[in-house]
Design a protein around this ligand. Structure first.
Ligand SMILES: C[S@@+](CC[C@H](N)C(=O)[O-])C[C@H]1O[C@@H](n2cnc3c(N)ncnc32)[C@H](O)[C@@H]1O
Length: 201
């Protein structure tokens, strides 16, 4: 029987293996990886199973999301996933003070710009030199028009919350740079998303 705590995201089910394939060569073989905005927990389960040498620390400010993460990790019997933390990147204090790498999927466009600024400040503070901050999601790109699907998605987000919406990738890279994070790679992904690899200098 399905655990009623388990939330599911069709997009997460579609992109989790693709994201894991990008992450695997980027991350160290061992260490602690903080996932921000973990959502349903479907990503962290995939990552923990395919990168078992790493300890995974999921987090989300939503109690519904954290319950889903707990249920999914219990069901899979994962020993390398810690209990999810209540972590809102904009909060005055954070429940984690060190991570070897940080993963943040599909948060930047579904939160106010202040969350992106806070994310970069957190990453700049807690990552070691050469530590990776990995972002995934849809962005506005300086060199191309917004694809029709992303334009419609952006309009829908802004209608739901005026502070949400697809961000200019150059602006995100600039606020990362201000916190000592260099943009190492931007990788096109299916459905007009990108993987953004930022590295602490
Ligand atoms: C669209 S969901 C993405 C969830 C998951 N990463 C995925 O791709 O399926 C956005 C997530 O961002 C989280 N979120 C929104 N604002 C946040 C903030 N200020 N700090 C941390 N997480 C936040 C929400 O609780 C939600 O789980």
């Amino acid at each position: 029987m399905t655990d009623p705590r388990c939330q599911s995201s069709p997009a997460a089910l579609r992109n989790r293996a693709l994201i894991a394939a990008i992450l695997r060569p980027l991350l160290p073989p061992t260490g602690l990886v903080l996932e921000l905005a973990s959502g349903t927990g479907e990503h962290v389960v995939q990552f923990a199973q395919t990168m078992p040498g790493l300890i995974w620390q999921p987090s989300d400010p939503s109690p519904v999301a954290r319950a889903s993460i707990v249920a999914r990790c219990e069901r899979e019997g994962l020993a390398n996933v810690r209990a999810p933390l209540d972590c809102d990147v904009t909060a005055a204090t954070q429940p984690v003070e060190y991570a070897d790498a940080i993963v943040c999927i599909n948060m930047i466009h579904i939160s106010p710009w202040a969350a992106t600024l806070a994310l970069m400040q957190l990453a700049g503070r807690i990552l070691p030199r050469r530590g990776v901050l990995y972002l995934y999601g849809p962005y506005r790109r300086a060199d191309r028009a917004l694809e029709p699907g992303n334009a419609a998605f952006d309009a829908d987000l802004r209608a739901r919350n005026a502070a949400w919406g697809l961000r200019d990738l150059d602006a995100v890279v600039a606020v990362a740079a201000a916190q000592g994070l260099h943009c190492e790679d931007v990788i096109d992904m299916p459905a007009n998303n990108v993987s953004v690899v930022l590295r602490r200098v």
